[in-house]
Ligand binder design. Structure first.
Ligand SMILES: [Zn+2]
Length: 151
């Protein structure tokens, strides 16, 4: 792996390869380069325009409405759009590169979801915010979970 200047990224890829060996997914150099490129997409706090590159801003625009799909609040300056990994990077690092694993939700919902596994999150929403539960089920990353043998 190439990066000497980015320990976090290096860690992530080391971990991904370990997990990947167990799950039969081995990261390639292309994955690494894609990741470097798209890592800049990670969320910018409190800005109504999420994304740091024109590419990512365009993606966010194309993949969000005016309201957060979880809480239904309108995106605002103080609670802006953020890109969330449905299946968290900490558990599925290789899915950090998979656009079908990304969605745009508000900053507060992202903070609340944190590093929960998807089903843990559904359970959390069912118990804490039952009125939002159906929307979360609707957004379930079914094909990814199926690929992982978890559905
Ligand atoms: Zn929200």
């Amino acid at each position: 792996m190439a990066s000497g200047s980015d320990p976090t990224l290096e860690d992530l890829f080391t971990r991904a390869n370990k997990v990947g060996n167990r799950r039969y997914h081995k990261l390639t150099q292309q994955d690494f380069e894609d990741y470097r490129r798209f890592d800049y997409w990670r969320y910018i706090h409190g800005d109504s325009e999420c994304g740091t590159t024109p590419d990512s801003q365009a993606w966010v625009r194309d993949n969000s409405e005016h309201h957060c799909p979880i809480c239904g609040e309108r995106f605002s300056r103080s609670n802006g759009r953020s890109i969330d990994h449905k299946l968290p990077r900490a558990q599925y690092p290789w899915l950090a590169l998979d656009f079908s694993n990304l969605w745009v939700i508000c900053y507060q919902c992202n903070q609340e979801k944190a590093e929960m596994h998807w089903y843990e999150y559904e359970h959390y929403m069912f118990t804490r915010h039952p009125n939002r539960y159906q929307d979360v089920v609707f957004a379930r990353p079914r094909h990814l979970l199926k690929q992982l043998g978890q559905k």
